[in-house]
Design a binder for this molecule. Structure first.
Ligand SMILES: *[C@@H]1O[C@H](CO)[C@@H](O)[C@H](O)[C@H]1NC(C)=O
Ligand SMILES: *[C@@H]1O[C@H](CO)[C@@H](O)[C@H](O)[C@H]1NC(C)=O
Ligand SMILES: *[C@@H]1O[C@H](CO)[C@@H](O)[C@H](O)[C@H]1NC(C)=O
Ligand SMILES: *[C@@H]1O[C@H](CO)[C@@H](O)[C@H](O)[C@H]1NC(C)=O
Ligand SMILES: *[C@@H]1O[C@H](CO)[C@@H](O)[C@H](O)[C@H]1NC(C)=O
Ligand SMILES: *[C@@H]1O[C@H](CO)[C@@H](O)[C@H](O)[C@H]1NC(C)=O
Ligand SMILES: *[C@@H]1O[C@H](CO)[C@@H](O)[C@H](O)[C@H]1NC(C)=O
Ligand SMILES: *[C@@H]1O[C@H](CO)[C@@H](O)[C@H](O)[C@H]1NC(C)=O
Length: 765
């Protein structure tokens, strides 16, 4: 069940990516050669010689393996590489044994990838316990480090003791640096050059860029002895030749005697460092070449090359698997912190101004360095995408494919990284690259190649399958010059002719099927199936229109889907007999007013009925004609439809009226001729006009009478009203003050307490 769902999901995803319809992979079928085919993910090629139908193109050989199988291609005829891409060359198990430590597995593999098909394999890592350590102590000997030097002289035993807590096998070495022996870094006054101390009492040694004092040794006594012999030195400017020294310490492998073990470089200083380009001040222009330049007594004066760049130093350290511990004083800590960020596998610790804490610092930094694992590739071709999936303990939550494999807080547990390779294009030739754990001396060597060419065995020249005219390879004929076709069976007519153009000539246009889907295209000509004929097999002599359930009404042959009628039969199904009997009547063929088509009348405009013997509307049809004659116009024959026109003498009232004075009549005569007669209407008894006139004038007369009566009544009413008004005015004689329109300007209000007095007063007045 799970499996089915998984397959369904895979197919769905596959399809989403390639816009496919389920069960079909059109993407595969646009490849016409085996090599092209297998460059597409998920496509396989069938080499069976008789796999294709004749006329099918070679592209059909390329399909998904499942489709090919259902189409009858067995697995042993199928080219579908990429099944077992991984081949171990060296795959020793992880081991902690003293003389055979293996921390990274596998060690060497060959991988053949399908383009666009990712491949995953696992890389295991386990840090060997008690793995030997080489520690090289690199010390700034500028004058400010005077007190530090005293401390370091007794350091050997302490460092060895501390590191022996981690591993039994420890070697230590010592080197020192000041600066290039050039102005302005170092004084060029002869006396100062010999003894560059600021005061004459001290003894200083001349300045140098780098000096390998003691190569790596197990002997702590020797370390202390050699370091004790060291004198402090001095220079003029603050920055020192630190990068020069790191470069030499890293690249002079034989002089330093680095072993194939954990390599640690401890760098102590109380000042900053010169960078690439600073050399110009001293007149040094040559960029550093990354070579060892120590003279036999272990000195590098630095006069020949500029200071190396940070990137260069970082690269060299990585290549040599050297881990770097900066032990620097607090005031310059930020500068080295920034530098450390640019150098993988490096840490910075704060050194006391007299270096008294350096042993603890080294121990802590070593712990920090070795608890971080970084797996990365080196030199992979650009067509190859390498990504990692780290399963570190504890941080299972946020795992995903990343550019680097990274784990932190690791001690000695086994860590598994998944590595995924995905080629985006074909590689020209096998390429080798490495996967490395930073700071570890081991690597996985990977030779990668892409499956871009089919291995179908030796091509068969003049193959029988190719009719002796072509070479058979991967089931496909490559035809000799002058031949074409799936089996080289066609003779090429012109140089421009190709399989494509031959195929094109088997169909009428690009959108049609080859040979209309009813035949095979053989050398540019259709070979049709069954009864079919025609250049494109488009003719079928059995499917023509039927009439009365007979093909072509039984009156013709069916040719290429069309009826070829016999006799005088017509129509798409020969359904029209040549006879015209149904069109005939006493007035001739369709009364002369139509055509007899298929023994049926098709009438002219204005006529109807089976034999066109009736007018649709005779009056309107010939009204123009009457106009023409009455007004004596030209070309009346055309407007009269060739009718025989005559004017009747006297007054007649005919079927159609023309204006107020005339009328006319139309008939269809013998032989279908139109006969038109017209005449004047009887004038005296124009009853219609009279009736209409009478009714109109009586309506108007009654209206006028009503208006007059209404007007008189209104007049009478007005007169009466006026008289009433005059009468009323005479009766009423208004005083002016009592005019209701007039109101006094004062208002009298009585105080209710004195109302009586006031009234009396008013009355007494
Ligand atoms: C370290 O390993 C390299 C190859 O991995 C080898 O060429 C070299 O000789 C080894 N060096 C020592 C000191 O074993
Ligand atoms: C070293 O640091 C101590 C205190 O941390 C200070 O007293 C002493 O002067 C310093 N010595 C030098 C040489 O800077
Ligand atoms: C070591 O790692 C711890 C924790 O990440 C950090 O606090 C400490 O400074 C580191 N020490 C060195 C010398 O890098
Ligand atoms: C692999 O590469 C192909 C082509 O570059 C790309 O289409 C595909 O998504 C890649 N697959 C993965 C899993 O990255
Ligand atoms: C090869 O083709 C040529 C025509 O191009 C033909 O004459 C010849 O017979 C063919 N050879 C064989 C072996 O069929
Ligand atoms: C058919 O297709 C070809 C190439 O796809 C094109 O060159 C040609 O013009 C097309 N012909 C027609 C009739 O569409
Ligand atoms: C077909 O009609 C033409 C004239 O319309 C006539 O000459 C001929 O004989 C007719 N053919 C048959 C087979 O009736
Ligand atoms: C009238 O008669 C002439 C000559 O016979 C003919 O060409 C024309 O088509 C006829 N017009 C009509 C409307 O029948």
């Amino acid at each position: 069940m799970m499996k089915a769902v998984l397959i369904a999901v895979t197919v769905l995803f596959h399809c989403l990516g390639q816009r496919c319809i389920l069960g079909q992979e059109p993407l595969c079928q646009s490849h016409s050669s085996c090599s092209e085919c297998i460059r597409s993910p998920g496509c396989a090629w069938c080499t069976r010689t008789d796999f294709l139908e004749s006329g099918e193109s070679n592209e059909r050989r390329c399909d998904s393996p499942e489709s090919l199988e259902t189409r009858g291609c067995r697995k042993d005829h199928m080219i579908n590489p990429g099944k077992n891409p991984l081949n171990f060359v060296k795959n020793s198990d992880l081991s902690n044994e003293h003389d055979n430590v293996v921390q990274l597995k596998p060690q060497n593999v060959n991988i053949k990838l399908r383009v666009g098909v990712p491949y995953e394999f696992t890389v295991e890592f386990k840090r060997a316990e008690g793995y030997p350590i080489d520690l090289y102590y690199l010390m700034d000997l500028s004058y400010s480090m005077k007190d530090d030097l005293e401390q370091i002289k007794t350091l050997g035993q302490k460092i060895l003791k501390k590191l022996k807590e981690i591993t039994q096998t420890v070697r230590i070495g010592f080197g020192s640096f000041v600066d290039k022996e050039l102005l302005p870094y170092v004084s060029q006054v002869k006396a100062r050059r010999r003894n560059p101390c600021p005061n004459r009492i001290d003894t200083c040694q001349p300045a140098f860029s780098f000096k390998n004092v003691l190569p790596l040794t197990r002997d702590a006594k020797e370390f202390e002895r050699e370091v004790s012999k060291q004198d402090i030195s001095g220079n003029l400017d603050a920055p020192e030749a630190g990068l020069d020294a790191i470069m030499q310490a890293a690249v002079c492998k034989d002089e330093i005697k680095w072993g194939n073990v954990t390599r640690i470089l401890v760098y102590t200083s109380d000042d900053t460092f010169h960078m690439a380009g600073d050399g110009r001040l001293g007149g040094v222009f040559q960029p550093h070449n990354g070579q060892c330049h120590l003279n036999p007594s272990g000195y590098y004066n630095g006069k020949a090359y500029d200071y190396p760049s940070v990137g260069h130093v970082s690269r060299v350290l990585q290549d040599n698997n050297i881990q770097l511990i900066f032990a620097v004083t607090e005031d310059i800590y930020p500068a080295y912190k920034a530098l450390s960020a640019l150098i993988p596998q490096s840490v910075v610790g704060v050194l006391r101004n007299d270096s008294s804490n350096v042993v603890d610092l080294i121990s802590e930094a070593y712990g920090n360095l070795s608890s971080t694992l970084v797996l990365e590739q080196e030199g992979a071709p650009k067509e190859l995408d390498v990504s990692y999936w780290s399963t570190c303990k504890g941080n299972q939550a946020d795992i995903e494919w990343k550019e680097k494999g990274e784990c932190q807080g690791i001690k000695h547990e086994k860590i598994t990284f998944k590595v995924r390779l995905n080629a985006s294009a074909c590689l020209k030739e096998p390429q080798t690259f490495r996967i490395k754990m930073q700071g570890i001396n081991e690597e996985v060597k990977i030779m990668v190649d892409t499956e871009c060419h089919c291995n179908c065995g030796a091509p068969e020249e003049a193959s029988k399958h190719c009719n002796g005219n072509g070479t058979l390879s991967c089931g496909v004929c490559s035809c000799d010059k002058g031949n074409l076709g799936q089996r080289c069976e066609c003779v090429q007519q012109s140089d421009a002719e190709t399989i494509g153009s031959m195929l094109a000539s088997c169909r009428p246009d690009n959108n049609s099927l080859v040979c209309s889907g009813h035949g095979a295209c053989v050398c540019g000509k259709c070979v049709c199936q069954g009864q079919l004929r025609g250049n494109f097999c488009e003719c079928d002599d059995r499917s023509c229109e039927r009439h009365n359930n007979l093909i072509c009404n039984g009156k013709g042959r069916c040719l290429c889907g069309k009826c070829d009628c016999e006799g005088n039969y017509t129509g798409s199904a020969c359904e029209c007999s040549p006879s015209q009997d149904k069109c005939m009547n006493d007035k001739g063929l369709c009364s002369g007013q139509g055509k007899c088509i298929c023994n049926h009348c098709q009438c002219k405009e204005g006529f109807k009925d089976d034999h066109c013997s009736a007018f649709i509307n005779a009056c309107t049809l010939l009204k123009d004609c009457v106009t023409c004659h009455v007004e004596e116009g030209n070309d009346c024959a055309v407007r009269c439809l060739n009718a025989t026109v005559s004017r009747l003498e006297g007054y007649h009232e005919l079927h159609c009226t023309y204006g107020e004075t005339m009328s006319y009549d139309v008939e269809l005569g013998i032989n279908g001729a139109i006969v038109l007669q017209y005449a004047d209407l009887p004038r005296s008894v124009d009853k219609t006009t009279l009736i209409i006139g009478t009714s109109v004038s009586s309506i108007i007369f009654i209206g006028i009478i009503i208006i007059i009566i209404y007007r008189c009544l209104l007049e009478l009413y007005d007169i009466r009203e006026y008289q009433n008004f005059v009468k009323a005015q005479k009766q009423t004689e208004w005083k002016e003050v009592q005019n209701p329109l007039f109101k006094g300007a004062t208002t009298t209000v009585y105080n209710p307490l004195h109302v009586n007095e006031d009234i009396e007063k008013e009355h007494s007045e």
